[in-house]
Design a protein around this ligand. Structure first.
Ligand SMILES: [Zn+2]
Length: 169
């Protein structure tokens, strides 16, 4: 058994950026994070991007103990790549909001010219719909407008698949 070399810094950064420097488990998303080998180091003896994922210490321990299975971890990793390339940061935060608030059907957002651009792909993919006829609950004193958005059935399916480590592609 040779010494285990450090994970090279550029590889380390690449894996951290992939997960937004947060735990890759959708229901967790905590900081700080560690790098975990999906196939254990003892077996693969290699540091490779495809085999590394960012996890918080708690999820890392649960994975090492077998409480989170390898198949799920692989799917979380694959889904990160889909999310990152398909949706922007604002959109991912909205998906995260619905993961963190499973009883929520709606989200109320400040509305302006930019909003529909920021939400473009969630709207285009039919995961979210705007509800211009739903009356705002929040009338800002500065006259800022708000819009209600509803997570569609397709959106709820997407979120539940992401959360339960199914393929979202
Ligand atoms: Zn975690």
């Amino acid at each position: 058994m040779g010494d285990r070399p450090d994970i090279p810094a550029p590889l380390r950064r690449h894996v951290l950026v992939e997960a937004g420097h947060r735990c890759a488990i959708p229901a967790c998303r905590q900081t700080p994070v560690e790098l975990a080998h999906i196939i254990p180091w003892a077996k693969c003896q290699k540091h490779e991007f495809e085999n590394l994922i960012a996890l918080c210490p708690t999820c890392h321990t649960r994975f090492d103990r077998g409480d989170i299975d390898k198949k799920s971890i692989e799917m979380y990793k694959q889904n990160l790549s889909v999310l990152n390339s398909r949706y922007g940061d604002y959109e991912q935060r909205i998906l995260q909001y619905f993961i963190d608030n499973p009883e929520a059907e709606y989200i109320n957002l400040p509305f302006g010219q930019n909003t529909e651009i920021l939400l473009m792909y969630l709207l285009r993919d039919g995961l979210l719909i705007d509800l211009p006829d739903k009356r705002p609950i929040t009338a800002s004193s500065r006259g800022r407008e708000f819009m209600w958005y509803e997570s569609t059935e397709k959106g709820r399916l997407f979120i539940s698949q992401w959360k339960s480590a199914e393929n979202i592609e």
